[in-house]
Design a protein around this ligand. Structure first.
Ligand code: 13P
Length: 262
């Protein structure tokens, strides 16, 4: 059975004070978590500050992005080796905000995937369609193409011990989450596509949903068979909301949802 994974993506938010407050409260709230995995993705500037509070906690470190180079003359960039040096476990790549604001394309994101695997960090490949593609009924082809670019460069084995996060762009920060049933269809499609290459990797890969996840709707997502956790933006900036989401995952018995699955 796959272990549920809950990650808070803090994006470009916070300062020393608010971030210290948030992480202190989250460490306490997650002190007894054992059944799901939890991570936070602070702005890179505060990774070291946050990490000081994570030692001996149940919360893991996630970075929001990485460069394709390990070192050298690349002003302003952050390497996988540096993230590993700070004990980072997960790294988001291909978030729609990077694709949109920094013009990152699938081939470039596949190179980030490569460098993370090489260094031994866990890539979280973010995929998802925009509103226009959604309205045109292109969700499935858009998502599969984003996955294919990694398979083309690295082979399907790259997805072993990796994570995929399906985040429909129109659901991000909009307060309008996708319906759990429609997300399940996309997640199943992704798993089936990977299974065409390798059934064992497909069965083990963690596929998260992201896009306006809240304490109120999280359980409906986790009830779906192929939703293995959530990637949370806004609600992760509030210690109470994020703790409630973590608690929902911790208390969720995934075996129940399998009963309804034929
Ligand atoms: P929201 O939860 O604010 O919609 O953000 C989702 C997201 O982009 C997480 O990476």
């Amino acid at each position: 059975m796959r272990r549920l994974l809950v990650i808070g993506n803090w994006k470009l938010n916070g300062n020393k004070n608010t971030i210290t407050n948030l992480i202190v409260r989250l460490v306490m709230a997650c002190a007894s978590v054992s059944k799901c995995s939890v991570a936070v993705a602070p702005p890179v500037m505060y990774l070291d500050l946050v990490m000081r509070y994570l030692t001996n906690s149940n919360i893991l470190m996630c970075a929001q992005d990485v460069d394709i180079h390990i070192s050298g003359a690349f002003t302003g960039d952050v390497s996988a080796a540096m993230l590993q040096d700070l004990n980072t476990r997960y790294v988001l790549i291909g978030h729609s905000e990077r694709r949109i604001h920094h013009k990152e394309n699938d081939a470039y994101i596949a190179k980030k995937f490569f460098i993370l695997k090489k260094i031994g960090l866990i890539p979280i490949l973010c995929i998802g369609e925009n509103k226009r593609e959604y309205d045109a009924g292109h969700t499935q082809s858009v998502c599969l193409n984003q996955i294919k670019s990694v398979i083309k460069l690295l082979g399907v084995e790259a997805f072993k011990d990796s994570v995929i996060a399906y985040e429909p762009i129109w659901a991000i920060g909009s307060g309008m989450s996708a319906s759990p049933e429609s997300v399940q269809i996309v997640h199943k499609l992704i798993r089936n596509y990977i299974a065409n290459y390798n059934v064992s990797i497909a069965n083990k890969i963690v596929i998260q949903y992201g896009g306006s996840v809240t304490p109120e709707n999280v359980t409906q997502f986790l009830n779906q068979k192929d939703i293995d956790g959530v990637l949370v933006g806004s609600a992760s900036l509030n210690a109470d909301s994020f703790s409630m989401i973590v608690r929902a995952a911790e208390n969720h018995d995934k075996s129940h949802s399998y009963l309804n699955d034929k």
